[in-house]
Ligand binder design. Sequence first.
Ligand code: PEP
Length: 249
Amino acid sequence: MRRKIIAGNWKMNLKLSEAKQIALGLRNLSTPNHIDVMVFPSASHLLSVSEILEGSKVKVGAQNAYPSSLTAMTGEISPDQLEEIGIQLILVGHSERRQFLGESNEICNQKIKYFLSRGIQVVYCVGETLAERESNQTFSVLSEQIKKGLFGVPSDQFKHLVIAYEPVWAIGTGKVASPEQAEEAHAYIRKEISSLFVGAQTIAESIQILYGGSVKPDNIASLLSKPNIDGGLVGGASQKLDSFLGLIK
Ligand code: PEP
């Protein structure tokens, strides 16, 4: 059985004091064994948040990193620097980075291959825009994001990969995909992964696929009741302690 994941993407929204307060509220969390919890604070909050959550059930990840060891690359963060503070989890391809910062499928691919080759866990985000959905391109967009983003990833490294299906039209808009729409996309993503190479069928069955887009405590249960939805990547509702706890509950 695939484990469930509840992941909070705090984006660039919180002040340090707010991030620390949520982390303190999560520190003593006792979740059922089949649920993992992740948080993705801003880069400047990673050290404080990971110190608070050290030894807890909550895994701390970075919202971004550069695919290289230490080098001259102004403004970026290397996984070497993340590992120094115990971070071994990185988000790749979030739609805000794709839309506003030019993170293409090719760049995602470089990052995914580099991070996975170092044994770092990756949450890879994919999803179509509203215009793409309305012009019946949802599946071709997802297919391209999966095929290009995961091109050349060795089969033994998929165990550190999680996919997040996040339809862009549902992110931060209050418009959640229906459980049926999400399930259809998740099943399609699984099928695309199974066709990546000979033998990928087992990987496709075991890989966790999270849904993201206006997930709230009151809609998460219906989404997670679907067989191909293994958890949520949550923005807004993870940025307040009570609603984050509500999601986990
Ligand atoms: C996200 O940023 O990954 C996200 C899904 O945001 P929200 O839950 O606010 O729609």
